[in-house]
Unconditional design. Structure first.
Length: 553
RNA sequence: GGCGCUAUCGUCUAGGGGUUAGGACGUGAGAUUCUCAAUCUUAAAACCCGGGUUCGAUUCCCGGUAGCGCUACCA
């Protein structure tokens, strides 16, 4: 049996979430660190569901964890579930008991309250009555069916000192006398976390345990278990925790959905940006690099780049603010439904006008609602919910993405918002908005006018250029009508023609372009004009300018 | 309460016995541009406190303080 802790051999690491909730950003980071360590050194990544707590485990949680991990796009090589290995845990516990390294504790399970009331000063270490109980009495009471927990018989009064060298925190020591007789088996026969975790780590030959710093002091117990199992202790590395701005650990109740990985996905983070962000929290390549591809991070990643202090995730809003900001799931559902109906109606209108081009185009009944939809989706500047650095990194990664990939990633967000664009159209639009969006979902707001049949109502005053009046707006729009009708719809021709027209009108480019931009986009802030016109096409542009003209009167 | 871990700009961090304490995000100002972005320039912004050790501590040691963790038949 090879020593798993021996250096040289390819490491085996594991990520062992317990499915008691959604995939937490902190867990995700632990997973990422493990993955980086494994892949950096061509080792093996094991995924193990630590699902021994039947009370709290849910299938939904298992699904949520897989969903999150799948989105991250980081793979693993082996997969296990602790609940399928309970026999092994029990047998191991029995072996430890047989060796005399554990004893039965018949004390009824107590609650946290009991603990406090009995709580004199100093830590509870063991119950002498149980620890010293004779084998005969213990056997007799067990045979009589009295429930008991199995506790580790921690060596006492021997001056034994436990020690290990942590991959991040360095040498750690603790006198065994200060370690309490922790439980191995619960009175219902189920293994505790400590037992199950160590038995599995030993059995799966895990060589490096990389986990949250909250386990640093638990490690001494684990050392004892490995010893009782006659298994070599693996290497340990504890990584600092992720905390909220108030220093408290991130909780869904207090800090809202920002602690869930799927929230980032749904808001339009790129997984590589999310990974980039998380690994920068508590780890540094020490060369001032921040924006990195997965490959770069993997090559650069080492344990001694890991920091020892907890890192604050800079989320500026509380749960309450979040609710005010973002549509509830019900609202989102409604938005989606409205969008779907709007698409259907638009299709009907299209078919009708094909059959009878002269008929007056009916206004889709739901246009108004579509506009609400758009506003509801667009309103929340969701960036405010996330760490600004995460948002910035995401924008960087979006800009680094090849256009076809960007377009593909964008599509679901348009669909979810009720648009139904053709892939070619998205590819045409993507270059115009990629520098204007930070989250993928921003694209919906940034590009809506490309996909809307009809522009939502806007304030006609916006058509009026700087230092100009309605008459000037009219003149510009009328000229634009002529120019656009006569010019080739490509960037350079439009550039030349429109600039020429502006000069003829005696206007600066900026003045002349604003009315056209607003007429065509329905707002002042938009992508560059010529490119926009090209993507929109002549017909749409002319039609929108005509409408604007009717409004500016 | 006991034990442990930690402490550099608002946030993430680099650094390290002598430095103008570096970078990034964010923020302010400016430049550029057909708007918005993007980009560029620039500004403000930090070594928790107190003792040592030392010629000299932000860095090393001790103490304090604060935060976090463990102290469950949760993980």
């Amino acid at each position: 049996m090879p020593d798993p802790s021996s250096s040289g051999a390819a490491p085996r690491v594991r990520f062992a979430p317990s499915p008691t909730g959604f995939l937490h950003v902190g867990s995700a980071r632990t997973f990422i660190f493990n993955w980086l360590y494994a892949r950096h050194s061509h080792g093996t990544m094991v995924l193990r569901l630590d699902d021994t707590d039947v009370e709290r485990n849910t299938d939904a949680s298992v699904q949520s964890i897989f969903e999150g991990l799948r989105w991250l796009g980081l793979d693993w090589d082996e997969e296990y579930r602790q609940s399928e290995r309970i026999d092994l845990h029990r047998r191991s516990a029995e072996a430890i008991f047989t060796k005399g390294l554990a004893y039965r504790d018949f004390t009824p399970a107590h609650t946290a309250d009991d603990n406090q009331s009995s709580g004199a000063q100093g830590a509870w270490l063991f119950n002498p009555g149980m620890r010293e109980m004779s084998g005969e009495e213990s056997d007799r009471r067990a045979a009589a069916g009295e429930p008991f927990a199995l506790r580790y018989r921690v060596p006492r009064g021997e001056g034994r000192v436990l020690h290990f060298v942590d991959g991040v925190y360095g040498p750690q020591t603790k006198p065994a006398d200060e370690v309490e007789d922790f439980a191995l088996l619960r009175s219902d026969g189920m293994p505790t976390y400590h037992l199950a975790s160590c038995v599995d780590d030993a059995d799966l030959r895990i060589s490096h345990i990389i986990r949250g710093q909250d386990h640093l002091t638990n490690t001494f117990k684990h050392l004892l278990i490995f010893e009782a199992l006659d298994a070599p202790a693996p290497n340990f590395a504890h990584v600092p925790l992720l905390v909220a701005p108030d220093g408290a650990k991130l909780s869904k109740r207090k800090h809202g959905p920002v602690v869930s990985v799927t929230t980032y996905r749904d808001a339009g983070f790129l997984p590589q940006a999310f990974v980039n962000f998380l690994c920068l929290l508590g780890w540094s390549p020490k060369n001032d690099r921040e924006f990195m591809s997965l490959e770069e991070i993997r090559e650069l990643f080492t344990l001694d780049g890991v920091n020892r202090a907890n890192a604050i995730v800079n989320i500026p809003l509380s749960m309450k603010d979040y609710e005010a900001f973002v549509p509830s799931p019900e609202q989102r559902l409604k938005i989606f439904e409205l969008g779907r109906r709007a698409i259907e109606e638009a299709e009907i209108v299209r078919v009708m006008s094909e059959m009878d081009p002269d008929a007056e185009k009916p206004t889709p009944a739901h246009t108004g609602e579509v506009i609400d939809l758009r506003e509801a989706v667009n309103r929340p500047p969701e960036h405010g919910l996330f760490d600004p650095k995460a948002v910035w990194l995401n924008a960087e990664h979006i800009r680094a993405l090849p256009l076809d990939e960007l377009s593909r990633d964008l599509e679901p967000f348009f669909l979810a918002a009720g648009f139904n664009p053709k892939p070619e159209k998205i590819e045409a639009v993507a270059p115009l908005i990629r520098e204007r969006i930070k989250l993928l979902r921003d694209a919906v707001a940034a590009a809506d006018f490309f996909f809307l049949d009809q522009l939502p109502p806007y304030d006609p005053a916006e058509l009026i250029p700087q230092k100009g009046d309605a008459a000037m707006a009219r003149r510009v729009l009328e000229t634009a009508l002529e120019v656009l009708a006569a010019t080739n719809f490509d960037h350079d021709s439009l550039d030349q023609a429109l600039r020429g027209a502006a000069t003829e009108l005696g206007l600066k480019a900026g003045q002349a372009f604003q009315p056209i931009r607003v007429a065509v986009c329905g707002r002042k802030n938009a992508p560059p004009l010529f490119e926009t016109l090209v993507v929109l096409g002549r017909d749409v542009c002319l039609e929108r300018i005509r409408r604007a003209l009717a409004n500016v009167a």
